[in-house]
Design a protein around this ligand. Structure first.
Ligand code: FMN
Length: 378
């Protein structure tokens, strides 16, 4: 007896690295792991949705062949890398693993020509100023006390650096603030004469830390809480002349832990620095998404310079990135929508203990029972 043949269904799989976005009245499908974009019609989207929700769906020869040829669907599951962060981080990570251009095949002459051309393209406006300025009253700083930075060896500073969570409320001096700002964010080398002497424009600045492209998009905002000779407030640091611009006379010494995810460790610190980056300065030179890594890497370098300088001054330091960017931008009175805070650095006196004493008091349930542990007191 002849019966109707059942519809043959194959298992199909959708590429898990797809991202959908709309622009200019069109829908685009972006395979971010392979860096390929397609403008897609609704019928393809419908087909992808069918397969995604029912892998054993009946075949549709025409659409499936095209989707397969473009690695949007396949008959075998797509290999997946292990991933523990959320989707936005996954997209950024996989979409930016490859540089968007390479000059590895070019001769030195071609390399130079391409490099100069890319600089010309990005910096055709003669107005570009590699220094950021903020409006407000200027406050002089004493000269940096460089003698104090000569007292300890590099090795002693490296060994002394540790994250302190026990500041004791003693003030820091204005000379110490001047020294640490200058050593970390100051233009200690002066104007970049090596460029100008060779007929090149001074499009970057130099500090003691390296910076991708010499851009130094990172800016320092001093949070003065207990600094001898300086009113409590928020100040912008001008690294070429080693002075401050007053942004606001707010005293955040009691509210600061609230800004930092509730972390009480910062209590008793004399001062802190929020490090921001003006991202538009980076994308002006490097518009590819991969270059978002540059300000993050820059700030890592600056942070270590800050901690080593603190150690050289015999001070304690701490850091955190646990804050709400919008809240901190409002505190710093940031008006440029392309500037964003990334890190907070704290400075003060203290025992240098890495464990907050209150934490030790309440650690009981998590203790390993090893000797030397503090006991729960309540
Ligand atoms: C990017 C970054 C973020 C950090 N965030 C915090 C933080 O939010 N709170 C904190 O107490 N320590 C923070 N730390 C400090 C680390 O906990 C600390 O470096 C680590 O425990 C090692 O201790 P050590 O710095 O004393 O060597 C951070 C460190 C880095 C590099």
């Amino acid at each position: 007896m002849i019966t109707d043949c059942p519809t043959i269904s194959t298992r199909l799989y959708v590429n898990p690295s797809l991202f959908l976005f709309t622009e200019n009245n069109a829908i685009y499908l972006w395979d971010y792991a392979n860096g390929v974009q397609f403008e897609v019609e609704e019928r393809y989207l419908g087909r992808i949705a069918q397969i995604a929700t029912n892998p054993a769906v009946a075949p549709d020869a025409e659409l499936d062949e095209e989707l397969k040829a473009n690695h949007i669907i396949a008959e075998k599951p797509f290999p997946r890398s292990e991933w523990g962060f959320g989707k936005p981080a996954e997209i950024f990570h996989f979409a930016t693993r490859h540089p968007h251009f390479s000059l590895s095949e070019s001769t030195p002459k071609e390399f130079t020509a391409a490099y100069v051309q890319s600089c010309e393209d990005q910096f055709s406006d003669a107005e570009y100023d590699p220094r950021v300025r903020r409006e407000g009253p200027r406050i002089a700083l004493p000269s940096p006390d460089l003698e104090r930075l000569r007292a300890l060896s590099l090795w002693e500073c490296l060994k002394a650096r540790r994250s302190c969570r026990t500041f004791d409320g003693r003030p820091v001096s204005l000379a110490e603030i001047s020294t640490i700002l200058y050593a970390t964010f100051g233009e200690v080398h002066g104007p970049w004469t090596h460029l100008t002497e060779n007929g090149l424009r001074e499009l970057g600045i130099r500090r003691t830390s390296p910076s991708g492209g010499g851009i130094h998009s990172s800016q320092a905002y001093l949070i003065a809480m207990n600094v001898e000779g300086l009113e409590a407030g928020v100040y912008f640091y001008n690294g070429d002349v080693n002075d401050l611009t007053l942004m606001s006379s707010i005293d955040v010494s009691t509210s600061l832990p609230g800004y930092l995810g509730g972390q009480p460790f910062v209590s008793g610190a004399g001062a802190g620095i929020f490090v921001t980056s003006v991202l538009s300065r980076v994308w002006k030179k490097y518009p590819g998404s991969r270059a978002y890594r540059v300000p993050l890497l820059d700030i890592g370098h600056l942070s270590q310079t800050f901690h080593l300088t603190a150690a050289a001054l015999g001070l304690q330091s701490w850091l955190t990135a646990a804050f709400d960017d919008e809240q901190i931008s409002a505190l710093l009175k940031i008006t440029d929508s392309t500037e964003n805070p990334f890190l907070f650095l704290a400075l003060g006196h203290g025992s240098g203990d890495q464990l907050w004493p209150e934490l030790l008091n309440y650690l009981g349930p998590f203790s390993t029972g090893l000797p030397g542990e503090a006991k729960v007191t309540e």
